[in-house]
Design a protein around this ligand. Structure first.
Ligand code: SF4
Ligand code: SF4
Ligand code: SF4
Length: 155
């Protein structure tokens, strides 16, 4: 099951003024917060007006995983990994970095994004994930193909 935070969830905790002091509408700001192109402090009414303090607290709680997760927002729980290799052969970036992976082989290249070692996923270069800046693509193929739930894309 996806653990992603939706713009609507974020929007509920914004002032809803559409004043554009953040440079966009409240919904636009919600999208930017999730993609980390804006920070909560960019909404002056929310941080300065005490009447929004409850919303501010709830928004900070909601977005906490975005600041604590890895930069790619891909989290891996190796305890849940069963070493199936689905992520290796399905990750569009990994099969470029390690072409034999596209034929169903385990990653061998030291430049690969990840490999399976001793029956568990081993991360080599997660910074090459397409979610990483500057591309910040909205990919979550690895999460979809990981049937054991070891991979979660936070946002
Ligand atoms: S500054 Fe805050 S209240 Fe104003 S439009 Fe942006 S998110 Fe909405
Ligand atoms: S999010 Fe996409 S590019 Fe990043 S590791 Fe997963 S499948 Fe690969
Ligand atoms: S798809 Fe999931 S279970 Fe399979 S190797 Fe990758 S992380 Fe492990």
């Amino acid at each position: 099951m996806s653990s992603r935070i939706s713009p609507l969830q974020v929007y509920k905790f914004l002032p809803g003024l559409n004043c554009k002091k953040c440079g966009t509408t409240c919904m636009g700001f919600a999208v930017k917060l999730i993609s980390r192109q804006a920070k909560i402090e960019d909404c002056p009414p929310l941080v300065n007006d005490p009447k929004y303090s409850d919303k501010l607290t709830k928004l900070r709680d909601l977005l906490a995983p975005l600041t604590s997760a890895t930069e790619t927002l891909v989290q891996i729980d190796s305890d849940k990994c069963i070493g199936c290799g689905n992520c290796i052969v399905a990750c569009p970036e990994n099969i470029i970095l390690d072409p034999p992976s596209a034929r169903g082989c385990n990653s061998k290249s030291p430049n690969a994004l990840w490999t399976v070692e001793d029956g568990k996923i081993k991360v080599l270069h997660l910074e090459k994930c397409r979610r990483y800046p500057p591309s910040r693509m909205n990919c979550n193929v690895c999460e979809i193909v990981c049937y054991s739930g070891a991979i979660k894309v936070v946002a």
